[in-house]
Ligand binder design. Structure first.
Ligand SMILES: Cc1ncc(COP(=O)(O)O)c(C=O)c1O
Length: 398
């Protein structure tokens, strides 16, 4: 099918949740290159929103997934699943977590984290301790509890009344955070780098303060690592950059390298709240998704990709900073590893994104002023050079 035919079907049969999409459809990918249905190639610095961590057509991932599909894609969690147990072990052995539960997406992993916290205090006979603090401009997903946690009016308004007792505080404001705590605070959930609101890193002291306050008030610190985790920021999990250990962290996106998977990772104290029947899933942790997770984590930890992210991420940021020095229209370059944001001084982000696409480079656009750059973790310096050259020529033209 060509793009026009796909578009026609979409407009007729698909719910109108995505509006007028970017006028492109892709047929295949290789490395960090995507090929559209009309045969044009694009360098992808968006990676399906920080998902395709090993890029496209990664030889080992493809071969292990084909092998798994030929053997067993799904079986119920009624039975033991080797890949699931092994991936849980790998996550635990490489993080501060003691136990893992697998879901199918980021929102679902966050739901699992909320339920875990509520169940913990229910077990302790303190069900009134159920308030969860989240940050303004956060993004935690699209299910109802995740929307309630997501402190942005545009996502919440149509679904009011929302699930109660999410308290929203200004990101980075320690005083407001402290004032929001009380004896009924069950948890704080935060992203150490807010992705959907424009790659906004939290100040170190703020994250440390959240940890301190959680300890003081017997509450859980939940870090949403759905976007920042699995190597994206140059560490396996971005909270490592902050020297803070969460009680619970959630991951998804990059973990499956393109195969849907989410995970709730928790220390023993939190994890012990779930007993048989409290939580569950049909698809979560299936043999295929967890095989993908095993390959991705092994490539990151043992295959050198984590180190590669630090190397190319540092290079990328410094090249963008050099560009910012020469071009007054760039207000700021921020982020860590391969999760970078470029903020402009004027509302030109969409025009820049469109023109870059016309020149064969895909990038995310957040709001009116920010480019969100989250390429596959296997991006090379020479790809980065193409990106920076293209950005330079586009902003010069604009
Ligand atoms: C930080 C964060 N949390 C949660 C989610 C929701 O993940 P999903 O779309 O897989 O449900 C996202 C998605 O963008 C995210 O960036």
């Amino acid at each position: 099918m060509n793009l026009e035919e796909i578009k026609e079907l979409d407009k007729k049969y698909y719910m109108n949740t995505f509006g007028d999409r970017v006028p492109l459809a892709f047929e295949k990918g290789n490395g960090i290159t995507l090929t559209s249905t009309d045969g044009r190639e694009y360098l992808d610095f968006f990676a399906g929103i920080a998902v395709n961590s090993l890029g496209y057509g990664h030889t080992r991932l493809v071969s292990e997934l084909c092998d798994q599909v030929s053997k067993l894609t799904h079986c119920s969690n009624v039975y033991y699943i080797e890949n699931q147990a092994r991936l849980a072990q790998m996550l635990v052995e490489n993080s501060c977590a003691d136990r893992v539960f697998f879901a199918n997406s980021g929102a679902e992993a966050n739901e699992g984290a909320f339920k875990l916290v509520k169940k913990y205090f229910y077990n302790k006979k303190r069900p009134q301790k159920h308030e969860i603090i989240t940050l303004k401009n956060s993004f935690h997903g699209r299910t109802l509890a995740a929307v309630a946690a997501t402190a942005q009016e545009k996502y919440q308004k149509p679904y009011a009344p929302l699930i109660e007792k999410f308290i929203h505080v200004t990101a980075g404001d320690e005083k407001e955070l402290e004032a929001a705590f009380g004896e009924n605070t069950a948890a704080v959930m935060l992203e150490v780098i807010q992705g959907e609101s424009g790659v906004i890193p939290m100040p170190r002291e703020f994250v440390k303060k959240a940890r301190e306050l959680c300890d003081k008030y017997d509450a859980f610190l939940i870090i949403d690592e759905v976007q920042t985790g699995v190597g994206r920021c140059g560490r396996l999990f971005a909270h490592e950059l902050y020297d803070v250990k969460p009680d619970i962290f959630t991951v998804a996106k990059g973990l499956g390298g393109g195969v849907p998977i989410g995970a709730v990772c928790a220390n023993e104290r939190a994890a012990s709240a779930f007993t048989p029947g409290d939580h569950g899933t049909t698809f979560g942790g299936n043999p295929l998704a967890t095989r993908a997770g095993l390959v991705v984590l092994d490539e990151l930890i043992n295959g050198g990709i984590l180190k590669h992210v630090c190397d190319v991420g540092g290079y990328f940021k410094s090249e963008l900073e050099k560009l910012a020095e020469k071009h007054g229209c760039i207000a700021e370059v921020r982020g860590e590893g391969l999760m970078l944001g470029v903020e402009f001084t004027e509302d030109i982000a969409k025009a820049v994104g469109d023109k870059m696409r016309e020149r064969g480079v895909l990038v995310g656009v957040v709001g009116a002023r920010v480019l969100r750059i989250v390429p596959p973790l296997v991006v090379l310096r020479r790809d980065i050079d193409v990106f920076v050259r293209t950005l330079k020529s586009v902003i010069t033209e604009i």
